[in-house]
Design a protein around this ligand. Sequence first.
Ligand code: G3H
Ligand code: 13P
Ligand code: ZN
Length: 274
Amino acid sequence: MKNKYAIGAFNINNMEFVQGITDAANERQSPVILQASPSAINYAKIDYLIKMVEAAVETTDIPIALHLDHGLDFETCKNCVDSGFTSVMIDASKYPFEKNVEITKKVVDYAHSKSVVVEAELGTLAGVEDEVNVTEDNAKYTDPTQAYEFVQKTGCDSLAIAIGTSHGAYKFKGDAKLRFDILKNVKEKLPDTPIVLHGASSVIPKLVEMCNNNGGDILGAKGVPDDILRKAGQEGVTKINVDTDLRLAMTGEIRRIFNSEPSVFDPRKYLGPS
Ligand code: G3H
Ligand code: 13P
Ligand code: ZN
């Protein structure tokens, strides 16, 4: 926050994601947040994820946090705190303000008693969230005054806000635009609270093309361009969440290999490069 840059928080689902992300972060000597959604935990199993992240910590020399992404209830957050996550997100943003405060505060009280930090969310992102589907019409930007009250009442350590991004590969129909006026207003009210930007994949055109050129059907995909992400980092966003770009990278390369080398059937030959 002091140096006005954001830390990347990347979603992990399997060993290749953990290795790819931490190798890249290690190469750049950048601290990194590895995050797992409830459906990733359901897929890979919590013990596997934790052991893989422990291996990443042991084999690199960068600071690595293990974070729960979009925990939807107290039990999920508690389970991750008890299992050794260093940080959890409680996403009760689909509820009315007071209920969001109540659920978030319960998680904060428990997590803080175990020295674990908590990210919360206020406002609703357009698009598809983990098990929450919100149409673009219902997208609700974060109200800066409410954001201040929310942080005071819950004691959360960082706050995810809605300023125009959405999850997935289809973020904007026209030009990519974020409400930097809202971010500025939130930061004026909460200068000491790290702000989190969800739905921050840039939906790298080269990767979309790689998918589409090899039998994929990802048309009209659009993300948040790098210069906008950099500006967000300079103006108060401290954590930038990326999942979609990793999915596109993995799928694009697998598709390319399947297409160009049809005789390959050793999973290491396509999972490794992907
Ligand atoms: O924000 C949502 C993340 O992209 C996680 O998605 O629930 O499909 O793992 P997932
Ligand atoms: P993307 O879909 O833009 O990668 O967003 C990921 C995210 O916000 C995870 O919480
Ligand atoms: Zn998210």
